[in-house]
Design a protein around this ligand. Sequence first.
Ligand code: NBP
Length: 503
Amino acid sequence: MSTKTTDIGLVGLAVMGQNLALNIADHGYNIAVYNRNPEKMRDFIAQNLANEPSHERVIGFEDLASFVLSIKRPRKIVLLVKAGSATDVTINALLPFLEQGDIIIDGGNALWTDTIRREKELSAKGIDFIGSGVSGGETGARFGPSLMPSGTRKAWASLEPIWRDIAAKVDAKTGEPLEGAAPGKPVVGGFSCTEYIGPDGAGHYVKMVHNGIEYIDMQLICEAYWLMKNLLGMPADEIGAVFKEWNKTELSSFLIEITGDILQQKDPAGDGFLVDKILDTAGQKGTGQWTAANALELGAPANAIAAAVYARALSSLKEERVDASKILQGPVIKHETDKKAIIEAIKNALYCSKICAYAQGFQLIDKAQVAYNWKLNFGELAQIWRGGCIIRARFLQKITDAYALNSRLKNLMLDPYFTNAMNEGQAGWRKVIALAVTNGIPAQGFSAALAYYDGYRSASLPANLLQGQRDYFGAHTYERTDKPRGEFFHVDWPEFPRKQLEI
Ligand code: NBP
């Protein structure tokens, strides 16, 4: 057992924990690590650290008491265990060894309401709790993730120096991600992709919406690919080349970049491209679903985010879809010949839908901050997502700029840059959806985003009739266009349906 004093502890040595521990050590901190199964910890120390320059700063422990005792007070202990009950089990196991003022930081993908509960339970015991969203997968964890912490200001002040050191760095002015000189030689300077988000579960809430946006961002890219494949008959590598071109434009993002690579990956087990051999059933871990469910709860119109969750659910019904494809009819796909124009229109559809997706995400966060009494900085959120995380994109800088121009912006689409982009792209977007519909190619994400756009830009909607229906069967009242808002009316509708029901 080591007698070295450590600066911070970390529990959970799966892929995220191992990489974050190395990142923390790279920045000069001594870190104590613990895993439920000690074998994993031993392997990590023995094998994975053999070539790491910072290996001496990572110290493994097999019992929780000595793990906790090694950490300088106030102790900071990061949890990177499976979200849900494993987090509670781990907290309960740690509690007997903790002292007043110690801080637990949950870096897992916790449901934000669990974070609120845990913070309350722990603060009653004198322990501080920070729920910190961590985005960027294993590479982000290793070389700089995007970190979204929330909790008390006091606890944040204690964690802040380490979190700022290990987070991804971007150029403070341009937002362009900054790369380290080499693994183990981290970036010094730049804007660090972490900021205090707010109290209680705000950090995990923001991470949840980030994941909801990630769901739709990925779905939209998949639809762009599917339309090029089916409408234009393009092979995977050629579509990959289009994505690589798009990555040099306003669409430039991590997801567009990896899509280009994925589409050009040859099948290592045979002929052709790997993507054509991957089974078309999407998995999900729940954060997209949580976002959509919370949007429903708060009455936020996040239909594109929900569409992405439904699209994954529909994809998972593989056997049913195969059977249905033999029975249910649709049009025969007619290949388009004006390839250049269609690719441009698909690009418009992708960019406009993506703007809608972010508009919905920010609109949802805005509803949440009112409902849960938070005060969030939207420009800063976009900047935190600029580096390290899965949705990192050049376009996020435009969002930061939009909120810098108007911190009370009601909807991203109303910012002059985004208004212009939507106005320029909407014709191509409509053309693509029309082609998808007439050819029977599903494009749920593009279509949901367009319905949101058209709904949002409509001064009048058929909700007048809806209110009439509600008043008819439930005396729910309605407002009138010729009277001030807030005055409610009811009319005695004819008795016909009620009489019918009585028969
Ligand atoms: P997993 O989510 O697969 O969790 C594995 C870890 O949880 C192991 O250390 C395991 O210990 C531990 N664990 C489990 Br399972 N049940 C436990 C229990 N009852 N008590 C104590 N420990 C328990 O690992 P991951 O993919 O590295 O993710 C870690 C966290 O980070 C998760 O909350 C995840 O949602 C979040 N996250 C993941 C990513 C990503 O890209 N993977 C990105 C962002 C956030 P064992 O070795 O003893 O079984």
